[in-house]
Design a protein. Structure first.
Length: 335
């Protein structure tokens, strides 16, 4: 899902799946006032399934694409994934996208993530097979589907954009062959664009696609406020919760600093993690500050070659006010 406007970066906004239907309606109405291209809902373990909030928001969103960020093929079979995506596509008159990832924290509920690369590859292939109503059998190494077993409900489209969420080169290679976009979740670092772009191009060439067939999205914790000090302090606390998970995935991370972070996290000392977040490091893992700060960060990503940014939860101390700042101050700087 590259930019909808040639020469301009696209904008997404993402919400956690822990709110009431009324909350999502209010958020959707606020988002719909501005030129956001994509609205995503996280599908994290032990939170609401993303499909519910997406359907609650859909009637109030008239332009943006909607999708989960992201479903995984361990807690849901590709037949169910295709069904959720098709249902959302019907509800949005063909504006759904499907986000896929290998999934995180699944070991907590006893799910072993065997053969993740092949499983993701075949999930993309089987979902496309089902949405296209292909009648022949699908025979993969992980998934199989019998001949003439077609989906028994209306479909808005025979295909839809698919985003693979990854930091890794091997998954990016698959995305270059099969997907429409990759999303580097938990990163606002322009360096990562340079790491994965050549791999995407390699995958696209293997599949005889154009070099720019696959967009690159970076999404991360976002806190915007007219008071940049307030925003950056809140962002530090939000980033500290997951920093030990993503910091090691970024090749630009200093190993000694990472060891301190991992030790503090193992001791459940989030205050120590927060204290170790310099301004430079915070900018790698969050969009944080006032409108000028976020404009600077987005401009750097656009310069590096990103085609979309996704502003993630919590957005701000007051999410509705944060949406207004993003829509009135940040987005217009790139239109």
């Amino acid at each position: 899902m590259a930019s909808d406007r040639r020469g301009h970066i696209a904008f997404g906004i993402a919400f956690q799946s822990n709110k009431s239907p009324a909350d999502y309606r209010a958020l959707a109405e606020a988002v719909d006032r501005y030129a956001f291209d994509v609205v995503s809902v996280y599908n994290d373990l032990l939170f609401q399934p993303a499909l519910g909030p997406l359907l609650w928001m859909a009637p109030a969103l008239h332009h943006a694409r909607l999708g989960p960020a992201a479903l995984n093929p361990y807690t849901a079979h590709p037949v169910e994934i295709a069904g959720q995506a098709a249902l959302l596509d019907l509800a949005t008159s063909g504006r759904a996208y499907l986000g896929l990832a290998r999934g995180a924290w699944l070991d907590r509920i006893g799910i072993a993530q065997r053969r993740p690369l092949q499983r993701l590859r075949e999930t993309v292939q089987l979902v496309r097979h089902l949405l296209a109503r292909r009648s022949e059998a699908f025979e993969g190494e992980v998934f199989c589907h019998p001949a003439h077993a077609l989906l028994q409900y209306p479909l808005a489209r025979p295909n839809m954009p698919i985003t693979l969420c990854t930091w890794g080169r091997r998954t990016a290679l698959i995305a270059g062959e099969l997907a429409d976009e990759i999303k580097i979740g938990g990163s606002a670092n322009p360096f990562m664009v340079g790491v994965l772009k050549p791999v995407l191009t390699e995958g696209s060439r293997l599949a005889r696609r154009g070099d720019d067939a696959v967009g690159i999205c970076l999404g991360a914790v976002t806190v915007i406020d007219s008071d940049r000090t307030v925003a950056r302090e809140l962002a530090r606390r939000e980033v500290a919760v997951y920093l030990s998970v993503v910091a090691g995935l970024d090749p630009s991370t200093d190993p000694e600093w990472l060891a301190r972070i991992e030790a503090a996290n193992a001791a459940h000392n989030l205050d120590a993690v927060t204290r170790n977040l310099s301004d430079d490091i915070l900018d790698r893992f969050a969009f944080a500050g006032d409108a000028d700060d976020l404009i600077r960060q987005v401009a750097a990503l656009e310069q590096a070659g990103a085609t979309r940014v996704e502003f993630g939860t919590p957005l701000g101390a007051n999410p509705l006010a944060a949406i207004r700042l993003l829509g009135e101050k940040v987005l217009p700087a790139f239109r």
